[in-house]
Design a protein around this ligand. Structure first.
Ligand code: ACM
Ligand code: ZN
Length: 751
C-alpha cells in the first residue's frame, strides 16, 4: 500500500508542470466567491494520477459522483492526495466557509464539513479536463455565505415527486451552496406525509381522482383523466431524505399548512372541519379551496399537535413552517363553535380568530424548542418575537416583519417564484407571469425600506417552486435552471456583480448541465421596457433591458420593429404619447416576442388618488401612482371588493373623456367589472355621474383587457371618481364557483 502510494507521488511530481504567466483568467464560478486572489498560471497534471484525500469521506464520494457526471473523471483516494480536504481549527474561516489554495496541489480547509462540501463545489467548477490533462488556476479563495438561510421550496402536493426526484432536487441545491429545503408537503390537492396516528391522511388524503391541471395553464383546468393520482412519503423514506439532505448541509423545513389550504386533510378527517360547512373534495385545480380547520373545536388542536409532534420527530431542524396564507374564513363566521371561540378569546373578527389559531400553534412549537415560520399573513394580529416570516406578497410583509423585530426570509413572488415562466415561449411550463434570470439576479434582496438597524433581520432569500403546472420533474428542472444560479449567487455572494459578468458565467455553465441530461429554461429574448415617469415635467425616461446582448430595435408608433427600426443605444426621455414596441432578433433573424408599452401623458398623469377598498399588497401597480402613471399594463388588484377610486386633479380641470381598463381572465379568477360608473365633483363630496356601463359577466375562458371609454359634454371638475364593481365570488359556471374573485384595474385615462 505504502510503496504504491510513494510511486504515485513520484509520478505525480514528474507530471505536474507549473505554468507561471501572470494574467487573470475568467473564473466560471457560480456562486462567485467572497474573495479571490489569482496567482497566475495553473496547476496541471495528468488526470490519471490526480488523487484526493479528505478528513470527511462523504466529500470525496460526492465530488466523484459530480465529476464523473460532468467530466467523466473519478479521483482515486490517497492518504495525502494532490487535492486535500482538511478540517482545521482556524477562526479566520467563518461558518460554512472555506479557504481553497491552488499552488503545487490543491488544499481546501474548513472548520466544519459544510465548508469542505462548499470548497468541493468551487473546485469542481475550477477544474478543467482536456486530452487527459487536468488544469486548475493557481489562486487563493476565501469564501463564506452572505445569508444563513439560502432556500429552495418545492411543492409536492399539487404534483407528487418520487424520493429519487427529491434527492435529485437536493443535489441541485447542494451544487449551488443552498442549505434550506422548504418542503411543501400538504395542501388542498394532496397530503404527502405519513402520520402514524392518523393513517387516513395518506390513505385518503394523498389521492385525488384525476391528475387535474397539466403543464400548461390555459389547458390546465378541466382536464379529466380517470386514474387515481397521488402518492406520499413514508416515515422511513422521510428519514432517508432528511439524512441525505443533512450530508449535503441542507436542513429541511417541513410545511404543514394551517388553518387553510387543508382540504386534503379534511376530506380524510371531516370531524376537524366546521359542522354544517358542506362537503369538501381533494382539489384537482389551482387556487384555494374552502378547506380550513375549525378554530372552535378543541379536537382540531389535539389533531394538529399530534401531527406536529410526529413532524418534529422526523425533522430535527429549528423551524417548522405552518403556512398561514390565504385562509378562507367564511365557514368560521357561520360556525357556532368558531363564534363561541371568538367570544371567549375576545376576537373581534375572523382575522383575529386566525391570529388566535396561529398563536396557539406557535406556543406549542415553542414549548418543544422549535421556531415557527409562516407566510406573511401570520403578521396580522401580532406574533411572538421568535416567529419568523416569509415575505411572499411582494416585499411589504418583509419590511413590516423586520421593523417589528422578526426574522424574515425574502421570497417575493416576483421574481422569486420559479413556477413563473422565465421566458415568453408558449411551450414553457408554469404559471403565467415572467421572472427572468436577470429579474432574479438583479432584484434588491434586502428591501431598502427596512431601517438600516433592522436589516440584519433578513436572514435569507428563497426561491419557491409551486408545482400546479409542472407535473413532471423535467418541468421542474426547466424552471429551476438556470435561475437557481441567480438565487444561489444572491444568497451566497457578498456583492452582486455586473449582469454581463454573471450572464457570461451562466453561459459557460449551461453546456455542463446539458451534458448531464438537464434541459435548462431558454434564456429569454424578451425586452423589458422600464418607464420612469417625471410627473412635474410631464415626461418619462425609458430604458430597455434584455438578458441577451443582441441589439434591441424599437418603434414609437405601434408598428412591429424590423432590422431597419431605431437601434436602442441607451435610455431616453419621452414627452409625447407613444406606443413603444421593442424586440431582439434571434441569430436566424426571427423574433420570439415583441414587447410593447403605451404611454399617455393624459390629464390625470401623476395625479394622486384614494382607493376606498385597499388593493392586495402584492398587486400594488408599482406604487402609489399605479393607476395614473401614464403607462398601460395590468396594475392594481383588489379581491372581492370594488375598485372605487377618487382622483384629485389638483384644480378645476376641463374633462370630456374618461377611460378605464381591466383584465378579464376568468380561469385565473380575474374578472372584468360587472358595472362601471364615472362621476365628477368640484368639492370631492357631491358627485355627478357622467357615464356608466353594465357589461355583466359571461361564461368564457378568455384572457383579455376590457376598456370602457366615455366621451361626454366638457365639464369642469377637480375630482374624478371611478367605481368598478367586482363580481365578488366566482360564478356558478366557474371551476372555482364561490371562490373570491379578483378585479384588476389598469391606467385610468382622463382627457
Ligand atoms: C403563497 O404563495 N400562497 C404563499
Ligand atoms: Zn368552526
Amino acid at each position: 500500500m505504502r510503496v504504491k502510494l510513494l510511486i504515485a507521488v513520484f509520478i505525480a511530481i514528474l507530471a505536474i508542470s507549473c505554468s507561471n504567466n501572470n494574467e487573470e483568467v475568467m473564473l466560471n464560478l457560480i456562486p462567485y466567491p467572497a474573495e479571490v486572489q489569482q496567482q497566475g498560471g495553473h496547476f496541471e497534471t495528468e488526470a490519471e494520477i490526480l488523487s484526493v484525500s479528505s478528513d470527511d469521506a462523504f466529500i470525496i464520494q460526492l465530488l466523484n459522483k459530480q465529476l464523473s457526471r460532468e467530466k467523466g473523471l473519478e479521483l482515486p483516494i490517497a492518504e495525502e492526495g494532490m487535492i486535500r480536504f482538511k478540517l482545521v481549527q482556524d477562526n479566520t474561516i467563518p461558518t460554512e466557509g472555506y479557504r481553497l489554495t491552488v499552488d503545487k496541489g490543491v488544499l481546501i480547509e474548513a472548520t466544519e464539513k459544510s465548508g469542505l462540501l462548499y470548497g468541493a463545489q468551487t473546485l469542481r467548477q475550477l477544474l478543467t479536463l482536456n486530452n487527459g490533462k487536468v488544469s486548475i488556476p493557481k489562486l487563493t479563495i476565501t469564501d463564506y455565505p452572505r445569508f444563513a438561510w439560502r432556500g429552495m421550496h418545492f411543492d409536492v402536493s399539487r404534483h407528487f415527486f418520487s424520493v429519487e426526484e427529491i434527492k435529485q432536487f437536493l443535489d441541485y441545491m447542494a451544487m449551488n451552496k443552498l442549505n434550506t429545503f422548504h418542503w411543501h408537503l400538504v395542501d388542498d390537492q394532496g397530503w404527502r406525509l405519513e402520520i402514524k396516528k392518523y393513517p387516513k391522511l395518506t390513505e385518503i388524503g394523498a389521492w385525488r381522482k384525476n391528475v387535474g391541471f397539466t403543464a400548461n395553464q390555459e389547458k390546465g383546468l378541466n382536464t379529466k383523466n380517470t386514474e387515481s393520482y397521488g402518492g406520499y412519503y413514508t416515515q422511513t423514506e422521510v428519514r432517508e431524505i432528511v439524512a441525505y439532505a443533512s450530508e449535503r448541509n441542507i436542513t429541511i423545513v417541513p410545511e404543514i399548512e394551517l388553518p387553510g389550504h387543508s382540504a386534503a386533510a379534511l376530506v380524510a378527517y371531516p370531524e376537524y372541519y366546521c359542522d354544517n360547512a358542506g362537503e369538501l373534495e381533494i382539489w384537482e385545480q389551482a387556487g384555494v379551496s374552502a378547506g380550513v380547520y375549525c378554530a372552535g373545536k378543541e379536537s382540531t388542536f389535539q389533531f394538529l399537535e399530534d401531527v406536529l409532534t410526529e413532524t418534529m420527530e422526523l425533522f430535527p431542524g429549528e423551524f417548522i413552517h405552518i403556512g398561514g396564507d390565504e385562509t378562507p374564513k367564511d365557514t368560521w363566521l357561520a360556525c357556532p363553535d368558531c363564534r363561541k371561540r371568538m367570544k371567549e378569546e375576545g376576537a373581534h373578527d375572523e382575522h383575529e380568530l386566525q391570529s388566535y389559531f396561529v398563536h396557539r400553534i406557535e406556543k406549542f412549537l415553542n414549548k418543544h424548542n422549535r421556531r415557527l415560520i409562516g407566510w406573511d399573513e401570520i403578521l396580522d394580529g401580532g406574533l411572538a418575537q421568535s416567529a419568523a416570516v416569509m415575505s411572499w406578497r411582494g416585499v411589504a410583509g418583509g419590511v413590516k416583519a423586520a421593523e417589528a423585530g422578526h426574522d424574515v426570509v425574502m421570497t417575493p413572488m416576483f421574481p422569486y417564484y420559479f413556477n413563473h415562466t422565465q421566458n415568453h415561449l408558449s411551450t414553457s411550463p408554469g404559471h403565467p407571469g415572467i421572472s427572468t434570470l436577470r429579474d432574479v439576479y438583479t432584484f434588491p434582496s434586502i428591501p431598502t425600506d427596512i431601517s438600516p438597524d433592522k436589516r440584519h433581520h433578513v436572514i435569507g432569500v428563497q426561491a419557491n417552486m409551486w408545482s400546479e403546472y409542472m407535473p413532471k420533474f423535467k418541468h421542474i428542472e426547466y424552471n429551476l435552471f438556470p435561475r437557481v444560479f441567480a438565487i444561489a449567487e444572491v444568497a451566497w455572494s457578498p456583492a452582486i456583480r455586473e449582469w454581463d459578468d454573471f450572464y457570461a458565467r451562466v453561459n459557460k455553465a449551461i453546456p455542463t448541465l446539458e451534458k448531464q441530461g438537464i434541459q435548462p429554461g431558454d434564456i429569454s429574448y424578451h425586452v423589458r421596457i422600464n418607464v420612469e415617469p417625471d410627473y412635474e415635467n410631464k415626461s418619462a425616461t425609458l430604458e430597455f433591458v434584455s438578458e441577451r446582448p443582441n441589439t434591441i430595435y424599437y418603434t414609437k408608433d405601434g408598428s412591429k420593429p424590423t432590422k431597419q427600426s431605431t437601434v436602442y443605444t441607451g435610455s431616453f426621455v419621452l414627452a409625447e404619447d407613444a406606443h413603444i414596441k421593442a424586440c431582439q432578433f434571434k441569430e436566424d433573424g426571427s423574433t420570439t416576442f415583441v414587447s410593447e408599452k403605451e404611454i399617455i401623458f393624459h390629464k390625470a398623469f401623476g395625479k394622486p388618488y384614494q382607493l376606498k377598498y385597499a388593493h392586495a399588497p402584492q398587486y400594488d401597480g408599482g406604487g402609489k401612482y399605479g393607476l395614473t402613471n401614464g403607462f398601460l399594463g395590468v396594475e392594481v388588484g383588489v379581491e372581492e371588493k370594488p375598485i372605487d377610486l377618487i382622483i384629485d386633479m389638483g384644480e378645476a380641470t376641463e374633462i370630456s373623456h374618461i377611460n378605464s381598463r381591466y383584465k378579464n381572465a376568468p380561469l385565473s379568477w380575474v374578472f372584468g367589472p360587472k358595472k362601471v360608473r364615472y362621476e365628477v365633483s368640484a368639492d370631492g363630496k357631491s358627485f355627478n355621474e357622467v357615464a356608466s356601463f353594465e357589461p355583466g359577466i359571461t361564461e368564457s375562458d378568455v384572457n383579455e383587457i376590457v376598456q370602457y371609454p366615455a366621451e361626454f359634454e366638457p365639464v369642469k371638475a377637480r375630482y374624478v371618481r371611478i367605481v368598478a364593481e367586482n363580481v365578488g365570488l366566482c360564478p356558478a359556471w366557474h371551476p372555482a364557483a364561490g371562490g373570491k374573485a379578483w378585479l384588476f384595474s389598469d391606467e385610468v385615462i382622463v382627457k
